[in-house]
Ligand binder design. Structure first.
Ligand SMILES: Nc1ncnc2c1ncn2[C@@H]1O[C@H](COP(=O)(O)OP(=O)(O)O)[C@@H](O)[C@H]1O
Ligand SMILES: [Mg+2]
Length: 343
């Protein structure tokens, strides 16, 4: 299909209050990314239209049909304020044969459950931090201190704060209680990997390829704070923890470490069934062992976030990246033998 006849819908979910969600900044950023992607595509000669997913899935689908877009750039991170429905949005488009960019429903759902994702990764001999899924503070945790406690099925550092890293049983129980009560889901308790943190962005142009590695520089963080990317560090630019967790891309690492990180990340991408793009978070302990923290199948693609930074480091233009993703989505639709006009 000629690029000039293409009509693209840029879909994003709008925030609706969800009972336990106190942290809101991360939710608001998706609308901004959608606007930028739309603008950049239009500037590069591809007609793109914003399609918000608001309270009604029917209205969203009706809009896609009315506008007659051939492909959706899917930036939805949930539905109706519920991030756990991120994969359901993709699933609806799948069954309706709507071509869309980014990961499919199954991968989005698998990666959202950190405990299950880690079980898959380790079953393929990929390294992950020792962890336990905990549903009550009474359960016995058989891991070594220090530990970190996170909600099992959130992202964007939601629920991760400096006090999430614990050194004694009392604080461990407190954090488990806090996570379960606030996020209404099990907590994942992991051994704290004290060391360097890397992010590896993967781009799939037919074959998944690792982009230049990024590292979080914790060297200026004040004493007493654990070296982590907490919610404060990710979302509050005027916060000391934000200012002292600067990403460096490309990371200053030797080629051997770079190759190890990139190989692990590409393998993680493959075993989780990823496609198009994803970002893998990895920590390294003092002995140089690497541990995958998580696979992000729907990473923040805004211009000031890690994925776009890695694209820049690789010399890949942001508009070209989205054109490549649109091309991937259209190819998938062409190759889908079950496609007919059931829409
Ligand atoms: N086991 C761990 N050891 C050390 N730091 C961790 C560990 N788990 C999480 N962190 C820190 O917390 C941050 C958020 O955790 P992550 O598992 O990536 O969840 P999210 O989905 O919220 O990004 C990481 O970027 C890292 O700084
Ligand atoms: Mg992460």
């Amino acid at each position: 299909m000629a690029a000039d006849s293409l009509k693209v819908g840029v879909a994003f979910n709008t925030h609706e209050p969800f009972i336990y969600r106190r942290e809101k900044v991360s939710e608001d950023s998706v609308a901004k990314v959608a606007e930028i992607v739309c603008q950049i595509l239009n500037q590069s000669g591809i007609e793109a239209i914003l399609i918000p997913l608001q309270r009604s899935m029917f209205n969203f689908l009706r809009r896609i049909k009315e506008l007659n877009v051939q492909v959706i750039v899917n930036l939805c991170e949930g539905f109706f304020g519920n991030p756990h429905w991120e994969s359901n949005v993709a699933a609806v488009m799948e069954v309706l044969h709507i071509a869309f960019t980014g990961n499919g429903a199954r991968t989005l759902a698998l990666c959202q459950d950190k405990h299950q994702a880690k079980a898959i990764l380790s079953s393929f001999n990929l390294p992950v931090a020792p962890s336990q899924l905990i549903t009550s503070a009474d359960e016995i945790v058989e891991l070594r201190f220090p530990m970190i406690i996170k909600p099992n099925s959130e992202d964007a550092s939601l629920g991760v704060h400096p006090e999430s890293v614990v050194y004694d049983r009392w604080s461990l129980a407190e954090q488990i209680k806090r996570v379960i009560a606030t996020y209404e889901q099990p907590a994942i308790v992991e051994e704290f990997i004290d060391g360097r943190e890397f992010n590896v962005a993967i781009l799939d142009d037919g074959e998944p390829k690792a982009l230049p590695v990024s590292e979080i520089d914790f060297s200026t963080m004040p004493k007493g704070y654990p070296h982590i990317c907490s919610y404060e560090a990710k979302w509050y630019p005027d916060h000391l923890l934000y200012q002292t967790t600067c990403p460096i891309c490309p990371a200053k690492i030797d080629s051997e470490l770079e190759a190890r990180l990139q190989t692990i990340a590409v393998n993680a991408f493959k075993v989780m069934g990823c496609r198009d793009y994803a970002r893998i978070d990895i920590r390294m302990n003092d002995s140089g062992e690497l541990f995958i923290l998580e696979v992000n199948p729907n990473p923040d693609t805004s211009l000031d976030a890690g994925y776009a930074r890695a694209l820049r480091a690789a010399g890949i233009d942001y508009a070209d990246f989205w054109k490549l993703m649109i091309g991937n989505a259209l190819k998938r639709k062409e190759g889908d033998v079950t496609t007919n006009d059931r829409r």
